[in-house]
Design a protein around this ligand. Structure first.
Ligand code: CU
Length: 289
């Protein structure tokens, strides 16, 4: 009897395990969704750019051990004081105050730690800010309540709106609150300059796997950059509270290899550029008249 119960539990555990494996295999094979949040995720998304790799290193391998060391040291001190100097163990407390050596140490050591943290921190901040070489491609992201619009100023002014898919538009592989109708498309391995601005209130163009988070401010052109080597789909969101539909302005970036990108560009120029060029011409004609 006992054996039988054990056996059925083992079988159930096996089934659950196999189902788990199948689930993860499925989600891995679905589409090339690379920069995407995972259920119960605790850490950063996988780095898609050198900048995000730097940020991940800075946080996981540099800052975290320092924080851990300080926390353990302070905890050990507290425990030591609680045991050694409680009222029972130490009924007659010493009235000592001031100790020059300790005071110098607890000032100098934190300063050294802060400087050690500041050096790599500022280096990463600087590389985020400065585009290392001439950008291969410039795109302009304009935020509106509540969607993004993308423009390719060097490609016949390709301009299109990027709106989230509604629940009933979500087909296989599309993600709720992340997939859009017209994603931003860029070539892999290219240095992409992103100019970010807004048409109404402050928004923020943020893609976690790129390590990019730039405010979109009305009347001001902010600049950031990224370079992604691995073709795939990467997701982000507006990251500045911008109104009731703040959660409904996702960012979807398709990174394509060179040939696919050129093919997309040709299609996009027909689909998105001409209308805008005509409109511009119309406006110029109106201005002249
Ligand atoms: Cu927004």
């Amino acid at each position: 009897m006992k054996m039988k119960i054990n056996h059925s539990i083992t079988t159930k555990v096996m089934y659950v395990f196999v189902a788990f494996l199948a689930f993860f295999q499925d989600s891995a094979q679905a589409v090339e969704n690379l920069g995407v949040p995972q259920d119960y995720q605790m850490t950063y998304q996988n780095a898609a750019t050198p900048n995000m790799a730097d940020i991940t290193w800075f946080h996981d391998s540099f800052l975290f051990p320092i924080i851990l060391g300080i926390t353990l040291f302070v905890t050990a001190l507290l425990i030591y004081v609680m045991i050694k100097f409680n009222a029972k163990a130490n009924p007659k407390p010493s009235r000592t105050s001031h100790n020059s050596l300790i005071e110098v140490l607890w000032t100098v050591i934190p300063v050294i730690i802060l400087i050690a943290i500041a050096v790599p921190s500022f280096r990463i901040l600087y590389t985020q800010q400065e585009i290392p070489v001439d950008a291969d491609l410039t795109v302009k992201a304009t935020a509106y309540q509540w969607y993004w619009a993308y423009e390719y100023p060097d490609n016949n002014g390709i301009y299109f709106d990027s709106l989230p898919l509604e629940e009933d538009e979500l087909t296989e592989g599309k993600l709720r609150l992340l997939s859009v109708d017209n994603p931003l498309v860029v070539p892999s391995g290219a240095v992409v300059r992103v100019q970010v601005t807004s048409g109404d209130v402050i928004h923020n163009w943020a893609v976690p796997s790129f390590g990019v988070k730039t405010d979109a401010i009305p009347g001001r052109l902010n600049e950031t950059w990224f370079k992604v080597d691995e073709p795939g789909i990467y997701y982000g969101m507006c990251s500045e509270l911008c109104g009731v539909r703040h959660a409904y302005m996702p960012i979807e970036v398709h990174v394509l290899d060179e040939a696919e990108y050129v093919a997309w560009l040709n299609k996009a120029e027909q689909e998105f550029a001409q209308v805008e060029v005509e409109n511009e011409n119309m406006q110029i004609v109106e201005l002249i008249n």
